[in-house]
Design a protein around this ligand. Structure first.
Ligand code: HEC
Ligand code: HEC
Length: 284
């Protein structure tokens, strides 16, 4: 834990931290762990597959499917509701099993849009859920299978998926060959923002954003202009780091509390926070 930011230690003074950076530099305290590959091949038991799916789910899906803030439907009854979905006149997919339905929901979220959860103005024709194989989530086929296995097991259904022999159909053109593990240090700001999936909820400078796309959190592309004027006596970097570590302290206008994860202080390395803060505070 020593190299991770503890929120308590951290609360002592955000502004002094940045002063400390420039005066002494903060050494990287944690030795870099070897990157763990989430989808190495080989024989995995069903339990291991489900456990892997559960980790991916916690990282990529809980953000929206937590039941907090009505951003996305809860998935706890998916084992039964999927049949009704596929019989609905609005259903445009081809799923015949729970496995199919889950895969389809992840790869083509708009094949069926749960009533009331569509993108605003589309009359539930378009899903706001990003496709899981591309963009911000960019899960490999094996990772998608693992998540399906986890959700099948949560639903009390038989786990019908296995890991694929090799991540052949990875839809990650720009990703490095090995998956960065949760613990591996992000080398630059873009990787750090991806690692913590900030882009799932925020439009960010130089990240692809579709015209008219709605994300659950505020657009951060212009925050470098405003961050220094939000709280008296706090500069842009101070404000941005406080917003990341203590999201509920000063809410962005028009947003509810508890939507943004509040444990980044426990997950991030000092160096990663610094990369992200510098990036967002710099002119784009
Ligand atoms: C940015 C928010 C967001 C993220 C991240 C997200 N989802 Fe969703 N998801 C939604 C929304 C909103 C809906 C409802 C609209 C729809 O049906 O497409 C939905 C619908 C679904 C459904 C269909 C639910 C039903 O009752 O028919 C499944 C299954 C699902 N998501 C699985 C996942 C999985 C698995 C992940 C992670 C790999 C994930 N989602 C990540 C927002 C999200
Ligand atoms: C699950 C969605 C979600 C994720 C993931 C998320 N945020 Fe947020 N973020 C929000 C919401 C919603 C708000 C607005 C409410 C608030 O201020 O806490 C917000 C607010 C912010 C603000 C303050 C914006 C302002 O104008 O006041 C910053 C800065 C920020 N987030 C940065 C980040 C960074 C960096 C990450 C990744 C390390 C991240 N967020 C991850 C949802 C999210």
């Amino acid at each position: 834990m020593s190299g991770f930011l503890g929120v308590t230690t951290y609360a002592v003074g955000l502004i002094s931290l940045f002063t400390a950076f420039s005066y002494y530099g903060i050494p990287q305290l944690v030795p870099e762990p070897p990157p763990a590959k989430e989808n190495s091949t080989g024989t995995m038991t069903t339990e291991e597959l489900v456990a892997m799916g559960s980790r991916i789910y916690a990282r990529a899906c809980v953000l929206c499917h937590s039941g907090v803030g009505d951003r996305a439907p809860k998935l706890d009854a998916i084992g039964t509701v999927w049949r009704e979905r596929t019989r609905d006149v609005r259903y445009r997919g081809s799923a015949r099993t729970l496995e199919d339905y889950l895969r389809e929901s992840m790869l083509e979220p708009s094949a069926y849009v749960v009533s009331g959860f569509g993108k605003p103005g589309t009359n539930d024709a378009e899903s706001p859920m990003p496709a899981a194989a591309t963009g911000a989530m960019a899960l490999s086929a094996s990772e998608i299978n693992a998540v399906i296995g986890y959700l099948q097991s949560m639903a009390g259904d038989k786990v019908t998926v296995t890991l694929l022999p090799d991540p052949v159909d990875r839809a990650k053109p720009s990703a490095p060959a090995s998956e960065p593990s949760v613990a591996a240090k992000a080398p630059d700001a873009i990787s750090a923002l991806r690692k913590f999936q900030c882009d799932v909820c925020h439009a960010l400078p130089k990240f692809p954003v579709e015209e008219g796309e709605q994300r659950p959190g505020p657009d951060l592309r212009g925050i470098w202009k405003t961050a220094g004027h939000r709280v008296d006596g706090m500069d842009a970097k101070g404000f941005i780091s406080e917003s990341i570590l203590f999201p509920n302290k000063k809410l962005a206008q028009g947003f509810e509390p508890d939507l943004m994860p509040n444990d980044y202080g426990d997950q991030m390395l000092v160096a990663e926070l610094q990369l992200i803060v510098d990036y967002l505070a710099q002119e784009h």
